[in-house]
Ligand binder design. Structure first.
Ligand SMILES: [Zn+2]
Ligand SMILES: [Zn+2]
Length: 420
């Protein structure tokens, strides 16, 4: 069982002030992670009681541990995907993620509450507040491939291992939320809350910790599940190759095919599975290749057909306030300084705030120190030794201490890459 990476987390509606003081404690824990990961791996290989499909369960005195056979490095690995997230990070007496099962489904009860740092909402980029939810999702234990693609509904389309939901790439109104002039303000963890406070991801959330780090050298681990029960993996198919970049069948025993319009493909070890595609529509999944469980989203009771199609037009505005982030890549496992050069105006023609940012974050990594001289901001980040490699992380900064439109937020997409 993994120890928590963060000893404590902020209460709902608050995030950082309490969090900041815990950074050094978190670093101490992070430095133990390789040893803990080894323990977890040893622990995870002890077989559970098979339930159905790729799932088994280990029931002891405490919480039942659900194991998923992901066809990982050693072919038939049983992994505990969820225990890392079955904790009460927001200190309300309820674990964010709770698991059970019935004959046909893994049942995930979730608070939908991010257990990683986020922007403070509301802010100038979003008027909504992140709220604790009471979700119950059912994942088919044995996904059924369909002869037709089911159209993704609006609202939740799947769930990440931390219980936070995935949305399709469109915002209300039907336009691309990730790219083009309709781009919305997503924080560095690629999420934001909608009107009822549901924090959700529209693209690969580099902040969702999987029990296994993603070093880009092999097939990415599972980061969540679509509502048809098929797993969603990180971006990599093989060493240095993202699944989105597969052209023609790969050589080798698995002979992986290019991704289909749902962002999925099949191989003999994993069966059908999805990959996130950083920087490329549909970013998470493009449709359901399997039969989605209708109780998870009202719109699935009368499903429509077909993969979604990109409708991005023009240029996004949200990156306009930050001219430059340097260096573009930093090695993991240490304290790194980055230089953020602010532009004269943000994407809405307003001059950028004059004060020192109260918060700077790149992907999941919060700055531990921030300095500003003129339009140059220097931020110090602690990059853990098990940081995800190779993926371009977004950077966001916040100015002001209030909440609401006066809290000015700036953003730059694809700002920093962590290397070895
Ligand atoms: Zn959204
Ligand atoms: Zn794959």
């Amino acid at each position: 069982m993994l120890a928590p990476a963060f000893p404590s987390m902020p209460a709902p509606g608050r995030r950082l002030s309490s969090f900041r003081s815990l950074v050094s404690a978190a670093i101490a824990v992070v430095s133990l992670l390789p040893a803990l990961a080894a323990l977890a791996l040893a622990d995870d290989t002890s077989a559970g009681r098979p339930i159905s499909g790729r799932w088994s369960v280990r029931e002891g005195d405490g919480k039942a541990v659900y194991l998923f056979r992901d066809g990982g490095v050693d072919g038939d690995r049983q992994i505990d995907l969820f225990s890392h997230h079955m904790r009460d990070s927001n200190k309300d007496g309820i674990d964010e993620v709770r698991l059970s099962h019935d004959r046909d489904h893994l049942v995930i009860e979730s608070q939908g509450y991010p257990n990683h740092p986020t922007a403070i909402f509301p802010n100038s980029g979003n008027p909504n507040t992140i709220r604790v939810q009471e979700f119950t999702f059912r994942l088919p234990l044995v996904p059924q491939q369909s002869d037709r693609i089911t159209r993704l509904p609006m609202g939740p389309i799947g769930v990440a291992l931390n219980g936070v939901v995935f949305f399709n790439p469109f915002e209300q109104g039907g336009m691309n939320a990730v790219e083009g002039y309709s781009e919305v303000w997503l924080d560095s963890c690629c999420g934001h809350p909608q009107q009822t406070g549901v924090y959700h991801y529209h693209k690969y959330p580099a902040c969702v910790k999987s029990p296994f780090p993603d070093d880009g050298r092999r097939h990415s681990p599972v980061i969540g599940f679509a509502f048809d029960g098929y797993p969603i993996h990180g971006p990599y198919e093989a060493d240095g190759l993202m699944a989105k970049d597969i052209e023609g069948a790969l050589a080798g025993p698995l002979a992986a095919q290019p991704l289909d319009s749902c962002n999925g493909h099949a191989d003999p070890v994993r069966g059908y599975h999805y990959h996130v595609t950083p920087g490329r529509f549909p970013y998470i999944i493009g449709g359901y290749r399997g039969v989605p469980e209708p109780s998870n989203n009202r719109d699935l009771r009368r499903p429509r057909e077909g993969a979604i199609v990109d409708n991005a037009e023009g240029e996004g505005r949200h990156s306009a306030g930050i001219a430059d982030v340097r260096p573009g890549a930093v090695p993991r496992g240490g304290r790194r300084e980055i230089t953020i050069t602010l532009a004269a105006a943000d994407g809405h023609g307003r001059s950028v705030p004059a004060e020192k940012p109260s918060w700077v974050q790149v992907g999941p990594y919060e700055a531990v120190a921030v300095e500003r001289q003129g339009n140059v901001v220097k931020a110090t980040l602690d990059i853990p030794a098990d940081a995800t490699l190779g993926v371009l992380l977004d950077c966001h900064l916040e100015c002001g201490d209030g909440v609401g439109p006066g809290r000015r937020v700036l953003k730059k997409n694809d700002a920093l890459r962590v290397t070895e």
